[in-house]
Design a protein around this ligand. Structure first.
Ligand code: NAD
Length: 246
């Protein structure tokens, strides 16, 4: 069976992608942040994946750290034998207006959202090059395409992911490795639960479909981009925002 690594898969969009790819028939490497809470959540996700008859194992790694990613990719390769698909999903926010944004708020978001993608891309493309096959999806955001007040750090990290996606698509295309990005809009997850009702209502006003997106609606597009149906799609950014930007 093909193997997929999903970073930050203990909850939200990552958990949903893991389950969708298990349903699609992938063995799943469930990455989670090394904390007890994330481990417990990730174990529940892995259990749901196994219900589809595939293997699912947990890999604790802080993806902002290269050494953690290196150990994880090595372990996945040893456990499953190949890495066929990678979804760079882990992400955080430290939202505040630029005037109040501390250096540590900037650095933390860049480390988790952007440096992690470099770490995983570098390590996993080395495996995929030898296989002469690979499928990668990076989770960006509409904030990376259009910017957002209070998200200078976050939009910088998410815009960077788009540049990385296109560069990797060009660098590795001849090795039969595709690399695409998705740019979700407002999706119902623990990340957006913390926003005020007023802000949520204002944001939904700008969405043509006038509602939140569900994590399943991200997972289905990721599933397509990893599938053979998308074999001639690479270097693209698919916005999944209910028509936020028209
Ligand atoms: P979430 O907070 O529910 O989940 C994020 C996951 O990343 C969690 O499982 C968390 O433990 C993990 N994570 C955080 N730091 C990590 C680290 N250093 N190492 C390993 N794992 C780590 O958020 P979500 O809404 O599910 O977001 C998933 C992705 O989608 C993120 O990249 C986010 O930026 C992006 N996104 C979300 C929305 C939205 O509206 N929810 C919109 C656009 C983009």
């Amino acid at each position: 069976m093909p193997t997929a690594i999903i970073t930050g898969a203990s909850q939200g969009i990552g958990a949903c992608i893991a389950k969708r790819l298990a349903k699609d028939g992938y063995d799943i490497a469930v990455n989670h942040y090394p904390s007890d809470g994330d481990r417990a959540n990730a174990e529940a996700v892995a259990e749901e994946c196994r219900a589809f008859g595939v293997r699912a194992e947990l890999y604790a790694a802080d993806v902002s750290k290269y050494a953690d990613c290196e150990a994880m990719v090595k372990a996945v390769k040893a456990d499953f034998g190949s890495v066929d698909a990678l979804v760079n999903n882990a992400g955080i926010t430290r939202d505040t207006l630029l005037a109040r944004m501390k250096e540590e708020d900037y650095d933390a978001v860049i480390a988790v959202n952007q440096k992690s993608v470099y770490n995983m891309l570098r390590l996993v493309t080395a495996v995929m090059m030898k296989q002469r096959h690979g499928r990668i999806v990076n989770v960006s955001s509409v904030a990376g395409l259009y910017g957002n007040p209070g998200q200078v750090n976050y939009s910088a990290s998410k815009a960077a992911i788009i540049g990385m996606t296109k560069s990797v698509a060009k660098e590795f295309g001849s090795r039969n490795i595709t690399c695409n990005a998705v740019a979700p809009g407002l999706i119902r997850t623990p990340m957006t639960d913390v926003l005020s009702d007023e802000l949520k209502a204002k944001m939904i006003e700008a969405v043509a479909l006038r509602r939140y997106g569900e994590p399943e609606e991200i997972a289905s597009v990721v599933s397509f981009l990893l599938s053979e149906d998308a074999s001639y799609v690479t270097g693209q950014v698919i916005e999944i925002s209910g028509g936020l930007s028209m």
